[in-house]
Design a protein around this ligand. Structure first.
Ligand code: MN3
Length: 202
């Protein structure tokens, strides 16, 4: 079965009030995300990866030595990343559930300290990439940043929250102001109930 582009879990204009416009969704979901689906399917056709899950392919092709495997990794990891990204945002879920808040305070000292570290990671990622809140292999929560399509699966971590800091994610709405985009993401776009559910099932 070839991979397909999942529908957005909300309307294209559902996040506009929170700062992510329908135009961004049309480019980012309908074109960029869809390109990872199309290219990923094309590249795995007839290879050992056909029929494997996105997770298996991502882990199996990470840091591969061949150009062909790197192409598969780039498209399949980005397909997975965007599948998560849309679910982590929403028009609802702005209040942070108490179990999540407690876990964040335990690992970072305060919610504000976590947000500052997350923002610094995303702003400090040179070029395209992502910043993440993960549950690390030692059980603690941690902020990380990765380049291009690399994601927490590559390091055996559980993904709780991810912010796309590729220019295509913010240039329509925020132009070159990546730090403002990330702050707005944390304050007005994240569905913290989704993040809490990921932590609960980690
Ligand atoms: Mn993107």
């Amino acid at each position: 079965m070839a991979f397909t582009l999942p529908d957005l879990p909300y309307a294209h204009d559902a996040l506009a009030k929170g700062g992510m416009s329908a135009e961004t969704m049309e480019f980012h979901h309908d074109l960029h995300h869809n390109a990872y689906v199309t290219n990923g399917n094309k590249l795995i056709e007839g290879t050992e990866w056909e029929g494997k899950t996105l997770e298996e392919i991502t882990v199996g092709t990470y840091n591969a030595s061949s150009v062909a495997q790197n192409g598969i990794f780039n498209n399949i990891s980005q397909l997975w990343n965007h599948n998560q990204f849309w679910e982590m945002m929403g028009p609802e879920g702005r209040a942070m559930p108490s179990e999540l808040e407690a876990a964040i305070v335990e690992s970072f000292g305060s919610v504000d300290a976590f947000k500052a570290e997350f923002g610094a990671a995303g702003a400090g990622q040179f070029g395209s990439g992502w910043c993440w809140l993960v549950k690390d292999t030692d059980g603690g929560l941690k902020v990380t940043k990765t380049e291009n399509g690399v994601n927490p699966l590559c390091f055996g971590q559980t993904t709780l929250l991810g912010c796309d800091v590729w220019e295509h994610s913010y240039y329509i709405d925020f132009r070159n102001k990546r730090p403002v985009y990330i702050t707005n993401f944390l304050e007005n776009l994240v569905n913290w109930e989704n993040v809490a559910a990921r932590l609960a099932s980690a």
